[in-house]
Design a protein. Structure first.
Length: 226
């Protein structure tokens, strides 16, 4: 086990995702503040209208109810922010397990277990749950890269030919670009390569499992004969 390499990759990738998570958390906080201010303004306006038209309160309530439009955000397609794409594509296993920033995380996911029902729901409770998922994601990323670095699937002299190192480089480039507002959308391209590298890693993992199982199957008759 190469634990030094595992710690190095874990530290680098945590350092890469923390700015992305921080940017998104700040946006969430600003969005919630704007929503609360807008709600307070609408409530004040409604109260003024209610006092002004106190002779017909039923009509006022009816108009207020007609302005409420119900929809399920889980059914809406929304564009993924580039910061979310960088973190998810650069850390695919951790993102899948936690369902970080998924609009409607399934019940088995870490996000659902920590209290997130709809990621875009504007409430203090939901946003606190999302911060807990941020912490859980960091823990999963640390464990993911520690084991990937400690137990590399390919022993190669060329560092870039190993999927873990290649994914880290792509994530680093994507993270750097995503922090520049003018060109942030270009950060999707490097992490798209990271996503392809993850698929490559999964194929290598499957091949290694099958190979070890085959070798174990062939070795069993020999051990019995001896």
């Amino acid at each position: 086990m190469n634990w030094r390499r595992g710690l190095l990759l874990a530290g680098i990738n945590i350092a890469l995702v923390l700015p992305m998570i921080s940017v998104l958390a700040v946006r969430d906080a600003q969005l919630l503040r704007d929503w609360n201010q807008r709600s307070a303004t609408d409530e004040t306006h409604w109260m003024q209208s209610y006092v002004e038209y106190s002779q017909a309160p039923v009509e006022v309530v009816r108009v207020q109810e007609e302005q409420t439009v119900g929809f399920d955000s889980c059914e809406l397609w929304s564009r993924i922010p580039v910061q979310v794409a960088v973190v998810q594509f650069g850390n695919l296993p951790a993102a899948i397990l936690t369902q970080w920033r998924a609009d409607c995380p399934p019940k088995w996911s870490v996000a659902a277990k920590l209290g997130v029902k709809v990621a875009r729901r504007l409430s203090d409770e939901n946003f606190r749950a999302m911060r807990r998922v941020d912490l859980a994601l960091c823990l999963f990323i640390s464990a993911q890269w520690f084991f990937m670095g400690g137990f590399p699937l390919i022993e190669s002299r060329r560092w870039w030919s190993e999927p873990g190192a290649f994914i880290t480089v792509c994530t680093a480039i994507g993270s750097g670009i995503a922090l520049i507002p003018i060109v942030e959308e270009l950060g999707r391209l490097p992490v798209l390569l990271a996503l392809i590298a993850w698929l490559w890693w999964f194929v290598l993992l499957l091949w290694k499992i099958v190979y070890l199982a085959w070798r174990s199957t062939l070795a069993s008759p020999r051990r019995l004969s001896n």
